[in-house]
Ligand binder design. Structure first.
Ligand SMILES: CC(=O)[C@@H](O)[C@H](O)COP(=O)(O)O
Length: 261
């Protein structure tokens, strides 16, 4: 069985879903089922603030394993407060750590993320930090004991696809010195998810591309199939691209000018 682990939590599905932006909870639940997702992340601060689309969210997700996230935190201290609240509300000791001071590009703050990870680990949390595609930061987080690293493919909600591919390839090359690598944010199409899975990265987190599709349930299934296909292709050992063409059938023995009539 091709499972993967976040700390001591063993998972089969390599597709984690976000719970925001769905037009209603019924569609969200159907999409989770179609995605085969075992884990769904929830923005604890928006639940607490009773933001539109978040009232009744926890109840609607009953029976699904929740991954609280610290969306809305701009500093390590805010992330810690939200994470503690998430632990109380969900009973989970893992947390997707997001520290995002910039509302335009929603890029994570590396310094505050590293600081928050240290504080959360000291409090016994399993920490899954959302980061830029920065291998040095990923290794520092991993040395501190984070359960994953979650580099972005592109800005949250952009749907741009794997814009950070060259840097994510370094994560793939350095996999043995990293915890599981979950590519998070910016994936707009199932083919983007397949692309990072083919590289040998461990899992993906997708929200907007599914929630904002015309048919979120069908799109969730498409992402599930793409993640499975990409993973299978990686395990199958992809061919190495060549510099020149290579004939599909042997050329030896064929006289110049082609075979005799
Ligand atoms: C839900 C969540 O955690 C998002 O912050 C996440 O990064 C997903 O990004 P997309 O919406 O681009 O898939």
């Amino acid at each position: 069985m091709d499972t993967w682990k976040v700390g001591d939590i063993e998972l089969k599905s390599r597709l984690i879903l976000g719970s925001g932006k769905f037009r209603d909870f019924g569609v969200m639940r159907e999409a989770i089922k179609a995605a085969g997702a075992e884990v769904v992340t929830v923005a604890i601060r928006w639940v607490e603030a009773r933001m539109p689309g978040h009232v009744g969210l926890l109840e609607a997700l009953e029976g699904v394993r929740l991954l609280p996230n610290t969306a809305g935190a701009r500093t390590a201290e805010e992330a810690l407060r939200i994470a503690r609240l998430g632990r109380v509300l969900t009973g989970e000791r893992w947390v997707k750590l997001e520290v995002i001071p910039d509302p335009t590009y929603l890029l994570p703050d590396p310094v505050e993320t590293l600081r928050a990870a240290r504080m959360l680990i000291d409090e016994g949390f399993l920490v899954l930090p959302y980061i830029g595609p920065d291998l040095v930061l990923a290794k520092k987080l991993s040395e501190q004991g984070t359960a994953t690293v979650m580099p972005l493919a592109a800005p949250i909600g952009s749907g741009w696809g794997v814009k950070t591919r060259a840097l994510l390839e370094l994560f793939a090359r350095e996999k043995t010195s990293l915890p599981p690598v979950v590519v998070d944010a910016g994936l707009g199409l199932p083919s983007h998810a397949a692309e990072v899975m083919e590289m040998g990265l461990d899992a993906v987190l997708v929200n907007t591309a599914i929630a904002e599709a015309q048919d979120p349930v069908a799109m969730a299934e498409a992402f599930r199939l793409a993640v499975e296909a990409g993973r299978k292709a990686f395990l199958a050992g992809p061919m190495r691209p060549r510099e020149v063409a290579s004939p599909s059938s042997p050329m030896e023995g064929i006289p110049l000018g082609g075979p005799k009539p």
